[in-house]
Design a protein around this ligand. Structure first.
Ligand SMILES: Cc1cc2nc3c(=O)[nH]c(=O)nc-3n(C[C@H](O)[C@H](O)[C@H](O)COP(=O)(O)OP(=O)(O)OC[C@H]3O[C@@H](n4cnc5c(N)ncnc54)[C@H](O)[C@@H]3O)c2cc1C
Length: 444
């Protein structure tokens, strides 16, 4: 008998604002009776829900069960900054420039494939327009190095014939109400979404087709005849096919050992303020021109507004952090917030949290067959709303022999490369991040 077991369940740190802002009324359900199915999906983030949706399209008669260790929306998919970005953050310009542009075109095609799929899901599952806004984003720059970063990015956008617009200091102030930014590079394709409402809406609608259970972690998986028996705290599930859509947590089951990097990033959301307290547009999103800088988003909340800031990265191969780390990160978030919005020195944060992303050194997914009937759609390399969505869709396209062959880009990708032992990976990654954050200066 083959057996895989996990002794760690995901633990989240801090308070995720999205669960309290305009939140969708989601009813959780817990598995307490043994069951069987054709497909069992582990994980209810972007990857797991996309896999379930794709099965509904390709195998409408099959019985599908999805379980998540947390309540849907409490994991990373429900706690991110909500940027679904069509363009790669770093357009590659090293080496052969023409080859780089070709690579970028392929990446953009894939991102747009994910966004079209996500848009179809959002429409069919009744995600409201306010929770899925295609209003673009701005790469904000406040320092000379970031301005030159944006200049280079703009040149590449021109070569790729991608729509964009440059904003000067005055236009950035008019848009954001902040005097911090010297310039900005606007691209129209990004969707700003409400992370927890997006996943909870989809899960609620998908319940018409499949069973979804919250707070139901898979703890062990044992082979039996031609299928697998998955143990959860109160009941077991028997299934011939199991899709791992649990991002970095797949390592807890012994897969991709020493091949995945686990980073935390941190976010805070202010208390509500009124429209007369900050000029500018009602909703906007800024990603930093320097990738290690600070993401900022203005969110509408009823008759008022809030600001979200996200920054700092830290590698923890244990996939866990404690409250004191979060407190230290909150101080830095506060500094970053106050240099952008000095008028809000008295406006406190209401929510602060830290969450996980999973990367591979060679920027590839952990995708494909793990054992007979066990499949991985994991490692979304930071941009989970895109790569998680693709991984979930593609694994089903592969297994159901879909006519849509786009999945071959994941199927033919290399495997995540082997890393040094965990403690060395962690030290190396954190040194690298610290150096980059120090160099980012005011952009952080
Ligand atoms: C603060 C922050 C900001 C971010 N901003 C963005 C952004 O703007 N845009 C973007 O694209 N990405 C962003 N990300 C990254 C993004 O959230 C992740 O990459 C994405 O959530 C990964 O999607 P996923 O479906 O692969 O995995 P997850 O969303 O992590 O879903 C996996 C699920 O598996 C469940 N699980 C784990 N173990 C088990 C088990 N044993 N049994 C059952 N279930 C299990 C977990 O509870 C979890 O819900 C951000 C992340 C953070 C933390």
């Amino acid at each position: 008998m083959t057996s895989y077991s996990s002794h760690h369940s995901p633990v989240e740190t801090g308070q995720n604002a999205w669960l309290s802002i305009n939140s969708f009324p989601y009813k959780s359900k817990f598995l307490d009776k043994n069951t069987t199915c054709d497909w069992l999906i582990l994980g209810g983030g972007f990857a797991g829900l996309s896999a379930a949706y794709r099965l509904q399209q390709l195998r409408p008669k099959d019985k599908v069960v999805l379980i998540d260790a947390l309540k849907i929306g409490e994991g990373s998919a429900g706690q991110n900054s909500g940027f679904m970005i069509d363009l790669p953050h770093n357009i590659s310009a090293s080496g052969n420039y023409t080859a780089s542009l070709e690579k970028d075109k392929k990446t953009i095609e894939l991102h747009r494939h994910a966004m079209q799929f996500a848009k179809d899901i959002a429409e069919e599952c009744g995600v409201s327009k306010e929770d899925f806004l295609r209003i673009g984003k701005i790469n904000g720059a406040a320092t000379p190095s970031s301005i030159s970063w944006n200049d280079q990015y703009q040149k590449q956008l021109q070569d790729l014939s991608e729509d964009h617009q440059v904003f000067d200091r005055k236009e950035m102030k008019e848009l954001t109400g902040s005097e911090f930014y010297e310039s900005g590079l606007f691209t129209p394709g990004t969707v700003l979404f409400h992370p927890s409402n997006y996943v909870r809406n989809i899960a609620t609608k998908l319940r018409e087709y499949c069973e979804i259970f919250d707070n139901t972690p898979a703890t062990s998986i044992n082979s039996q005849n031609n299928s697998w028996l998955v143990q959860t705290p109160k009941a077991s599930i028997s299934s011939a096919n199991i899709i791992f859509a649990i991002n970095g947590h797949i390592q807890n089951f012994g897969f991709y050992k020493n091949r995945l990097i686990h980073l935390f990033t941190f976010a805070a959301v202010t208390k509500k303020f009124s429209s007369d307290q900050l000029s500018g547009q009602d909703q906007w999103g800024i990603t930093p021109a320097n990738p290690v800088g600070t993401t900022v988003r203005k969110i509408k909340d009823g008759d008022g507004f809030r600001l979200l800031v996200r920054n700092q990265w830290q590698c923890h191969q244990s996939m866990q952090i404690n409250q004191s780390i979060l407190e230290a990160k909150e101080q830095r978030l506060r500094q970053s917030f106050e240099i952008r919005f000095p008028i809000f020195k008295q406006l406190p944060f209401e929510f602060t949290w830290g969450g996980k992303v999973c990367l591979s050194m060679n920027n590839v997914p952990a995708f494909g067959e793990l054992d007979r009937g066990l499949y991985s759609a994991c490692c979304s390399n930071g941009l989970g709303s895109i790569n998680g969505t693709l991984a979930g869709k593609f694994i089903i396209d592969k297994l159901c022999q879909s006519n849509d062959q786009t999945y071959l880009s994941f199927e033919n990708a290399d495997k995540p490369t082997l890393l040094p032992p965990n403690f060395l990976t962690q030290i190396g990654a954190n040194l690298n991040i610290k150096t980059k954050e120090w160099r980012a200066g005011r952009e952080l």
